[in-house]
Design a binder for this molecule. Sequence first.
Ligand code: ZN
Length: 244
Amino acid sequence: MKLTVIGAWGGYPKMDEASSGYLLEHDGYKLLIDCGSGVLSKLQNIIQPEELDGVIISHYHPDHIADIGVLQHARLIQGFLGKNMPTLPIYGHNLDQEEFVKLTYKNITKGMAYNPASRLSIGPFDISFIRTNHPVPCFAMRLEADRKSLVFTGDSSFKEEFIPFSQNADLLLCECNFYAHQNGAGAGHMTSTEAGRFARMAGVNQLVLTHLPHYGQLSDLINEAAKEFEGKILLAEQFLSIDV
Ligand code: ZN
């Protein structure tokens, strides 16, 4: 699997960048995980919107879904221009019907409700889910293909159930919206220390910190997480690409 970060900012995109969006590719299948603000613009540095095979959404906060509408426009317009444009499946939970129905647009995109209690097969990926601790329903996901695994936390404060869910993952893409000295639990987010402890307890191979804060020294997040986790730690950044 190849992971490419499209946007790594929490809450809103930094100037000329994007909020939550990650491209996961395997066996020619192109899956976009979250489609936040700025993602459609930045994605075009890597692939064109019409090349996507599927989209999966962790939850319906704007920094994770703001560009769904313009993705739909892009595929509509490219279809008018003559490109072959099969209906794009957008997988999301249906615990918020008002948001879920927006995933469907004409015959351009179709909202597909995932059942978090079951495994889901999308292209080459086998995906399982766990509900996170966040002010709105949100799901972390474990994506596996060819015996490699990536866990994406979505947005969440730390919860013990993450540990067995993420056991021995090759890559943990962990939200880290707060520094060690802060407390993110009330806002439904994790600190650097919690992300590092999580990585250690789950025995993951590599930790990538994302959903980053707009203040402070981001390198501190790595140093703080490294006090808990001895493995490789990276900060997510635009167009960072990792072979999992
Ligand atoms: Zn959120």
